[in-house]
Design a protein around this ligand. Structure first.
Ligand SMILES: C[S@@+](CC[C@H](N)C(=O)[O-])C[C@H]1O[C@@H](n2cnc3c(N)ncnc32)[C@H](O)[C@@H]1O
Length: 260
């Protein structure tokens, strides 16, 4: 079988280390309630080999690269409609996967944030994600309050998912090797009721707070409402990076009350 030529614009760095591939697939926890797994960007199938062996769930693959898809068609002739040629970012989830599912991938790093925002958009279906990102992005997802990595992506993701940083992968595990280290993380959907607040206002507050992250929240949030209408709450004297997700929820509820 000829191999797929690595294309830079598709973020193609093929993992060659089978042990790493196995560790990524083994990090899935179907006992959490999914029976379908969608692999984003299977490339030449190093993760798919392990996924398709696992009979606890049904695996689906989507790749944007026609050369990869042709390669995988020959490699896994029985996959049929479970091998999709298409753009994950444009995938109409509801029509292909009506129920709960997990997402896995050694993701193309050039579209990491878009992948994560797509997952957030479909958070009611995506109950788990296991995958590899550029190490910095993986660290940002899992970051705790107080550090420079903690930002909008961390708060939005952690509002809906419990996140664990699993392990780091060196550039030498890929062909061609990327210029950066990689990190594998797992996102698990947390309790649906956690976000007991006005989600729209929550998102506005988080965005405004981090957009001017060196200012106290009282100053940064003046784009949302006049300072005089803000509650007298101690969180407003802090910078956004000091607040946990639960603190942001509490603040959202306080601000909503005082704006009524
Ligand atoms: C980093 S490579 C990983 C390939 C393979 N999983 C591996 O571990 O060797 C990323 C893969 O994502 C695919 N890809 C890039 N953009 C995509 C998109 N928007 N939707 C689906 N797949 C995409 C690329 O074609 C490539 O196969």
């Amino acid at each position: 079988m000829t191999v797929v030529r690595a294309k830079k614009h598709l973020g193609q760095h093929f993992l060659t280390d089978k042990n790493t591939a196995k560790r990524i697939v083994n990090a899935l926890r179907p006992e959490k309630g999914f029976d379908k797994v969608l692999e984003v960007g299977p490339g030449m199938g190093i993760l798919s080999d392990f996924l398709l062996e696992d009979k606890r769930f049904e695996s689906w693959l989507i790749d944007l690269d026609i050369e990869s898809v042709e390669f995988l068609k020959t490699k896994y002739p029985s996959l049929d409609k479970r091998l999709i040629h298409g753009d994950f970012l444009l995938l109409d989830f509801a029509s292909v996967f009506p129920g709960p599912l997990a997402i896995i991938g050694n993701f193309p790093y050039n579209i990491s944030s878009q992948i994560l925002f797509k997952v957030l958009e479909h958070r009611h279906q995506v109950i788990e994600l296991v995958g590899m990102f550029q190490k910095e992005v993986a660290e940002r997802c899992a970051a705790k309050p107080g550090g420079k990595d903690y930002g909008i992506l961390s708060v939005f993701l952690q509002a809906y998912y419990d996140i664990a940083y699993l392990f780091t992968v060196k550039a030498g595990a890929f062909n061609p090797p990327p210029k950066v280290l990689s990190g594998v993380i797992r996102l698990e959907r947390n309790s649906i009721d956690r976000l007991a607040c006005n989600e729209n206002l929550f998102q506005k507050i988080v965005k405004a707070g981090f957009n001017q992250r060196r200012k106290t929240l009282r100053n940064a949030l003046s784009v949302i409402a006049d300072k005089a209408r803000m509650p007298n709450h101690p969180f407003l004297d802090l910078r956004a990076e000091r607040l946990s997700v639960d603190d942001f929820i509490e603040l959202t509820n306080e601000i909503e009350k005082s704006l009524k």
